[in-house]
Write a protein that binds this ligand. Structure first.
Ligand SMILES: *[C@@H]1O[C@H](CO)[C@@H](O)[C@H](O)[C@H]1NC(C)=O
Ligand SMILES: *[C@@H]1O[C@H](CO)[C@@H](O)[C@H](O)[C@H]1NC(C)=O
Ligand SMILES: *[C@@H]1O[C@H](CO)[C@@H](O)[C@H](O)[C@H]1NC(C)=O
Ligand SMILES: *[C@@H]1O[C@H](CO)[C@@H](O)[C@H](O)[C@H]1NC(C)=O
Ligand SMILES: *[C@@H]1O[C@H](CO)[C@@H](O)[C@H](O)[C@H]1NC(C)=O
Ligand SMILES: *[C@@H]1O[C@H](CO)[C@@H](O)[C@H](O)[C@H]1NC(C)=O
Ligand SMILES: *[C@@H]1O[C@H](CO)[C@@H](O)[C@H](O)[C@H]1NC(C)=O
Ligand SMILES: *[C@@H]1O[C@H](CO)[C@@H](O)[C@H](O)[C@H]1NC(C)=O
Length: 323
C-alpha cells in the first residue's frame, strides 16, 4: 500500500532529526545565551535543574520566562497509569510486523496500524500507545484535506510536506479530536502526540509555551474522556504546567544532551520516561549493536535506573537494543 511507501520515505527521520535540529539550536543559541547570562548575572544557570529538587512538591521552573506555574485543579485522571521503569518498544517506520520484543508497551503509528494489530498486542498482554503528529500538518495523512490554509505555518525545517500548525485553532482541535476518536476506535491504550514544542522552532505562527500548555492540557482531558492515556513528547520547558495531566514522557536524546534531570520530574512521580537514544547518529540505520561505550552513554546518567531507555536507529524501525 502506498502509505507504507510514503511512511518509509517521510515518516521516521523527522523525529530524531527534528530533535537533533532543535538540540543543535539549543546548543548554539541556548549555550551561548546561558553563558552570557551566567557571566552577566552570576546566577545559577541551571534552568531545568531546579525541577529535580524536593520530595515530590510542585517545583517551578527557574528561568522559564513564559512558563506559567502549574494550574491547580482541572486535571482529569487516566484509566491506565503506567509506572516508572515500564518497558517499551517504539516502531514508526512501517506497519508493525515484529511483535517479538518482550516489553510492556508498544508505541506505533496511529494511521499505519489497524485495530487487529493493536488488539493482538493487547491479547498478548501488552499496552499500545498510538503515535501521531499533533503539532504539524503532514501532507500524506488521510485527513490532510481537513486542514485550513490559515492554520498552516512554516515548513518543518528540512522536511518537505510538513508544516507547523496553529494548535490554538478550533479547526485544528477538531481534526485532532477526529484522530483521538480514531485512536479510541482502534483500541489504543494511549496516545503519543508529537511536535508539541513548536514554540522552540521557527513556526511562522508565533506559537508560545502557553499555547502548548493549553493544547496539552486540553488534549489530555479529551484523551482521558476516551479512556486513553497521554504523554508529553520532549517539550521539557512546559513539564511543570502539564505533568499532572500526563501519564508519561516520551523523550529523545536527553542523555546525549544532558537534560535527563529535566525529564526525571516524571520518574519522581513514578511516571515512565520512555526514553530514546540514537547513538548511531542521523544517517546510520542497521541491525548492528552499538559499542559498549555508546551503550554506556545512552544508559547511564543520574537517575537512569528509573528511565525506560531504548537504543534505536534514527528511522525508528524494528531494531532495538536495551540497557
Ligand atoms: C517489516 O516490514 C519492513 C518494511 O516492509 C521490512 O523491511 C522488514 O523486513 C519487515 N520485518 C519483518 C520482521 O518482517
Ligand atoms: C491489519 O494489518 C495487518 C498488518 O499490517 C494485516 O496483515 C492485516 O490484514 C490487517 N487486518 C485488517 C483487518 O485489515
Ligand atoms: C491561531 O488561532 C487562534 C484561535 O483561533 C487565533 O486567535 C490566532 O490568531 C491564530 N494564530 C495565527 C497566527 O493565525
Ligand atoms: C468510531 O466508531 C464509531 C462507532 O463505530 C463511528 O461512529 C465513528 O465514526 C468512528 N470514528 C472514527 C474516527 O473512526
Ligand atoms: C479545564 O479543561 C477543559 C478541557 O480542556 C477546558 O474546557 C476548561 O476550560 C478548563 N477549565 C479551566 C477552569 O481551566
Ligand atoms: C471507560 O472505562 C470505564 C471503565 O472501564 C467504562 O465504564 C466507560 O464506559 C469507558 N468510557 C468510554 C468513553 O469508553
Ligand atoms: C534487519 O534484519 C531484518 C530481519 O533479519 C531485515 O528484514 C531488515 O531488513 C534488516 N534491517 C537492516 C537495516 O539491515
Ligand atoms: C527511582 O525512584 C525511586 C522513587 O522515586 C527512588 O527511591 C530511587 O532511588 C530511584 N532509583 C534510581 C536508580 O534512581
Amino acid at each position: 500500500m502506498e502509505p507504507v511507501e510514503e511512511a518509509a520515505l517521510k515518516g521516521p527521520t523527522p523525529r530524531g532529526w527534528r530533535a537533533w535540529t532543535m538540540k543543535k539550536k539549543l546548543i548554539m543559541f541556548g549555550g551561548i545565551l546561558a553563558g552570557i547570562i551566567a557571566l552577566a548575572i552570576g546566577l545559577g544557570v541551571g534552568l531545568g535543574v531546579g525541577l529535580g529538587g524536593g520530595g515530590g512538591g510542585e517545583d517551578e521552573e527557574g528561568g522559564g520566562e513564559t512558563t506559567t506555574p502549574p494550574t491547580s485543579g482541572n486535571y482529569t485522571s487516566a484509566k491506565w497509569n503506567p509506572t516508572a521503569g515500564t518497558t517499551w518498544q517504539i516502531e514508526l517506520l512501517y506497519p508493525l510486523n515484529d511483535t517479538s520484543v518482550d516489553v510492556d508497551v508498544y508505541d506505533i503509528d496511529l494511521f499505519d496500524n489497524n485495530r487487529s494489530t493493536i488488539t493482538a498486542l493487547q491479547d498478548a498482554g501488552r499496552k499500545v500507545i498510538c503515535y501521531f503528529s499533533a503539532g504539524s500538518y503532514e501532507n500524506w495523512r488521510p485527513d490532510k484535506d481537513d486542514f485550513k490554509k490559515a492554520d498552516l505555518g512554516s515548513n518543518l525545517d528540512g522536511w518537505p510536506g510538513e508544516k507547523w500548525i496553529n494548535i490554538s485553532s478550533p479547526s485544528i482541535r477538531s481534526i485532532m479530536l477526529g484522530r483521538l476518536d480514531l485512536a479510541k476506535n482502534k483500541s489504543c491504550d494511549g496516545i503519543d502526540p508529537d511536535n508539541v514544542d513548536g514554540y522552540d522552532n521557527s513556526n511562522g505562527l508565533g506559537l508560545t509555551q502557553a499555547d502548548s500548555i493549553n493544547y496539552m492540557n486540553w488534549m489530555a482531558n479529551e484523551a482521558h474522556a476516551r479512556n486513553m492515556s497521554i504523554g508529553l513528547k520532549n517539550a521539557g520547558a512546559i513539564i511543570p504546567s502539564v505533568i499532572n495531566n500526563m501519564q508519561w514522557s516520551v523523550n529523545e536524546q536527553c542523555a546525549e544532551y544532558e537534560e535527563c534531570d529535566t525529564y526525571a520530574a516524571f520518574t519522581q512521580k513514578n511516571k515512565p520516561v520512555f526514553h530514546i537514544e540514537y547513538p548511531k547518529g542521523d544517517d546510520t540505520n542497521n541491525n548492528l549493536s552499538v559499542s559498549s561505550s555508546e551503550k554506556e552513554s545512552a544508559c547511564t546518567f543520574t537517575g537512569s535506573g528509573n528511565f525506560s531507555t531504548v537504543i534505536k536507529n534514527m528511522d525508528l524501525d524494528n531494531w532495538i537494543e536495551t540497557c
